[in-house]
Design a protein around this ligand. Structure first.
Ligand SMILES: [Zn+2]
Length: 147
């Protein structure tokens, strides 16, 4: 077990030093910002969306190692997915990738900030492009009830 913990720890450190999909995406269709004041994490996620698919995604901002690692993993998972599949991304998809399923409550916000921002960006986009208001409300609720 401790061997795995070491690997996960290394992954988190690597990602925080060299985050993937990090930077500004000038040509985006939607961008959203949120922060986690408890820790000081503060990120934007920008997406380019074509034919209901996320063709490009980048995150920008600053955060602790866990926040940076989870944002990297989340953008990797999201890139190339249809909006329907993006909606289905759950917290354990990210936490599991980095061995963070048993994080303390305080750090969960660091880990899930990116997912919250992603879901918020998605409903912002869909609110402009969908006629079904109920559907958008459900998405909003998803984002609000993450942690
Ligand atoms: Zn943090």
């Amino acid at each position: 077990m401790s061997g795995n913990a070491d690997i996960y720890h290394e992954m988190i450190v690597d990602y925080s030093r060299n985050p993937t999909n990090y930077g500004k995406l000038e040509d985006h269709d939607v961008i959203f910002h949120d922060s986690n004041p408890l820790c000081g994490d503060s990120i934007d996620i920008a997406m380019k969306i074509d034919d209901n698919k996320v063709t490009d995604i980048k995150f920008d901002g600053k955060g602790c190692a866990i926040c940076m690692a989870c944002s990297s993993v989340l953008t990797e998972i999201t890139k190339g997915k249809s909006l329907d599949d993006v909606r289905k991304i759950e917290k354990n998809d990210i936490l599991g990738e980095l061995g963070l399923e048993h994080l303390q409550a305080v750090r969960i916000k660091c880990a899930l900030l990116s997912l919250k921002v992603l879901k918020s960006a998605l409903y912002t986009y869909l609110a402009d492009h969908l006629d079904d208001a109920q559907d958008v409300d459900r998405l909003k609720e998803d984002a609000a009830n993450l942690y």
